[in-house]
Design a protein around this ligand. Structure first.
Ligand code: NAG
Ligand code: NAG
Ligand code: NAG
Ligand code: NAG
Length: 399
């Protein structure tokens, strides 16, 4: 039997006919249902697709803002942080900001150091939160310093260095109970190590300390007692085998900040005759050491012709009509005050100097730059040495 679609075969009973019509109706209903489901699926799929692209767009926008925030941060850390907070990419808490700096992704470590070094109360809190993110447990002091000094670029200013190294020492002592008697001991030894790094690895430092001298130099710093010799030997060996690396190393490193390598070389010095009428350029062998500038007539002379203490002096570049590459030592905010210095007269008498400025000419522009850099460092390291000396005194007191 059968018959064509839509037609009803003639040989059916009325019941069968009814049944067939029912089946056909259900089929139509089912087809309609299927169509509705298809439409719904298409709609949902469409929504999902749209949803995906808004999410994507949001993400792209977000990434763009993050990249912009980092760029801004590298140019001006405060503005960068501000921007990231305004765009809900950073919470205004010291923990969140510390986390961002600690991860450091795409951030300039000099900029991180600048931000952490700010004197602002909030920045100091961020500094402490940042230091807390460092894990120093079971690291020796050199390993911990390697990690810490690599996480940002230590700024050049004494007060900032002091705050940062204080925070470091506190954290190290908390992570390593019982290694040092006090935070000050850890602080002082940290600097002894940083200076050892310079002494051992900077080619300008001729005098390389032995491990025995390093041990001797650190006698009595553990609140009057000595640190275990084995500990000091290990730290010494570690630095000797591998110098500290600092980020953004441009040669203007910690070395120039507070450990000024001695510098020596020929320079021309403008000298006045007695009475100050005639001025002549004299070639002298200059040595910069101990925050003083010494000058000699010959490199082999034992006694200097003159000594210029650098305390309270400033240095500036100057143009001279007769000589190139000139700089001057002078007393800031001063017109006529004579610089405290001394010199040896031809007849051997030592007399006070009579200069309100010292004008000096270097053989090349490069040497001029290098002398100015070294003298500046020698002048500016003073507050730092005072701070360190005060701590040393504190930890050396025998109880
Ligand atoms: C980081 O910033 C310092 C100071 O602005 C700059 O000298 C240095 O080149 C920068 N480093 C990088 C990797 O951009
Ligand atoms: C350690 O010494 C090396 C070589 O002089 C220098 O490049 C580096 O900056 C020093 N590190 C520190 C933390 O002073
Ligand atoms: C120092 O120099 C001034 C002029 O520059 C001169 O009048 C004075 O006598 C000098 N004093 C000494 C001790 O040479
Ligand atoms: C530097 O200045 C301080 C304070 O004015 C003063 O006490 C000290 O004697 C000065 N030192 C020299 C070498 O002029």
């Amino acid at each position: 039997g059968g018959g064509k679609r839509g037609q009803v075969p003639s040989d059916l009973t009325p019941e069968e006919r009814q049944e067939l019509q029912n089946i056909r109706r259900r089929k139509q209903e089912l087809l309609a249902d299927i169509q509705r489901l298809k439409d719904e699926i298409a709609e949902v799929a469409n929504e999902i697709e749209n949803l995906g692209s808004t999410e994507e767009r949001k993400n792209m926008q977000r990434n763009k803002h993050v990249a912009m925030g980092r760029k801004k941060f590298n140019m001006d850390p405060k503005k960068g942080i501000q921007f990231l907070m305004e765009n809900d990419l950073l919470k205004n808490t010291c923990e969140d900001i510390a986390q961002f700096l600690y991860k450091g992704e795409g951030l300039n470590k000099t900029a991180i150091g600048d931000y952490l070094g700010e004197r602002d109360e909030f920045n100091i809190q961020v500094l402490h939160a940042f230091v807390e993110l460092h894990e120093f447990t079971d690291l020796n002091l050199v390993q911990a310093l390697r990690q810490f000094l690599w996480s940002f670029r230590l700024p050049g200013e004494a007060q900032k260095i002091d705050r940062m190294m204080e925070a470091f020492a506190q954290r190290y002592c908390r992570c390593n109970n019982g290694v040092f008697q006090s935070t000050d001991t850890c602080y002082v030894l940290s600097f002894a190590i940083i200076m050892l790094n310079t002494s051992l690895h900077n080619p300008n430092v001729k005098d390389k300390p032995t491990v025995e001298r390093f041990i001797a130099m650190n006698r009595g710093i553990n609140d009057g007692g000595d640190l275990p010799e084995e500990l000091l030997r290990n730290l010494y060996e570690s630095i000797k085998n591998e110098p500290f690396k600092i980020p953004e190393d441009d040669g203007n490193d910690l070395t120039h900040t507070f450990f000024n390598p001695d510098r020596e070389g020929w320079l021309l010095k403008l000298a006045c005759s007695a009475g100050g009428r005639v001025k002549t350029w004299k070639r002298r062998w200059f040595i910069l050491t101990d925050n003083c500038l010494y000058y000699f007539e010959y490199t082999t002379d034992k006694e200097p012709r003159g000594i210029i203490p650098l305390e309270n002096l400033s240095i500036r570049e100057v143009e001279d009509s007769k000589k190139p590459n000139c700089f001057e030592l002078y007393i800031p905010d001063n017109k006529d005050q004579v610089i405290k210095a001394c010199k040896t007269e031809a007849d051997g008498r030592v007399v006070e100097g009579n200069h309100t400025v010292y004008r000096i000419s270097a053989p090349t522009p490069e040497e001029k730059e290098e002398w100015i850099k070294c003298i500046k460092a020698a002048i500016s390291r003073d507050p730092f040495y005072e701070m360190l000396a005060a701590r040393k005194k504190k930890v050396s007191i025998t109880r």
